[in-house]
Design a protein around this ligand. Structure first.
Ligand code: UDP
Length: 236
């Protein structure tokens, strides 16, 4: 597969065309941003870790019956994926209170929920990705009712698979963000990435944060945390 022109450059990834119109090439960068781009930096080795961790998770999920955009890992930073049109929703699943949930409802972090929660944000940088409910998403024609139902079921399935996997390597899966896309025939598949940039990972015993919160909150040892997650995941 040949790498062709740059189609899009985002905060953490570049996307290139290939000689197959249905396949794109994703190239992961070390650049890190937080707070809607207000905080900028780099995390050495992040691109490689996020690429390899994402592909590991996508393969695991496919094995468990979740359809994804994953095609093939080309190198430490580059992966082929199916071309999708992204549903402009960030889908967030939570198992434990943290981040914007704790802030919005004035609770502490670390409350373990009896049932996982789901919420959506409207992917719109100008508006700062506002929280949106399913009715509003349908009214704005961001997705159909059927697509929302499909996305919910897939997101909870992803949570079941990932929670169990991470428990096996001594990690509490606190929360994470997913994105979904439509293939050319309209089928909904899991897209984007699953990495320490998009998940909160806490060590089950020490509760140490092993994810992007180390960068967002200036906790130090950012690279160590990403490396530790990669090491544990690939020990399996
Ligand atoms: N998240 C993400 N991208 C975003 C917003 C959130 O990947 O633009 C992830 C984040 O890493 C965390 C989960 O979604 O694992 C929930 O994030 P939250 O809503 O608590 O927002 P935050 O506190 O990160 O602003």
């Amino acid at each position: 597969m040949e790498k062709r022109e740059l189609l899009y450059e985002g905060k953490a990834k570049k996307v290139f065309a290939t000689d197959d119109e249905n396949v794109l090439l994703v190239d992961y960068k070390d650049d890190a941003t937080a707070f809607n781009g207000l905080k900028k930096g780099t995390i050495a080795g992040k691109g490689e870790i996020n690429n390899r961790v994402t592909n590991f998770m996508m393969k695991l999920l496919e094995k468990e019956g979740v359809k994804t955009h994953y095609v093939e890992e080309l190198s430490n930073r580059e992966t082929l994926v199916k071309r999708v049109s992204i549903v402009p929703l960030e889908v967030i699943i939570r198992n434990i209170s943290a981040g914007s949930f704790a802030k919005r409802y004035g609770t502490e972090e670390g409350i373990v929920f009896d049932e996982p929660t789901i919420e959506f944000s409207y992917k719109n940088d100008d508006l700062g990705d506002p929280l949106i409910n399913a009715y509003h998403a349908i009214a704005l024609k961001l997705a159909t009712k059927e697509e929302i139902e499909k996305i919910k079921a897939m997101a909870f399935k992803v949570n079941d698979v990932m929670k169990e996997f991470f428990a096996g390597i001594g990690i509490d899966l606190v929360d994470f963000k997913l994105e979904f896309g439509r293939l050319s025939d309209g089928e909904i598949v899991l897209a984007d990435e699953i990495s320490p940039d998009t998940c909160r990972f806490w060590d089950s015993k020490t509760h140490e944060k092993l994810d992007k919160d180390r960068f967002r909150r200036d906790l130090g040892n950012v690279e160590d945390a990403y490396n530790e997650m990669m090491k544990r995941i690939f020990s399996k």
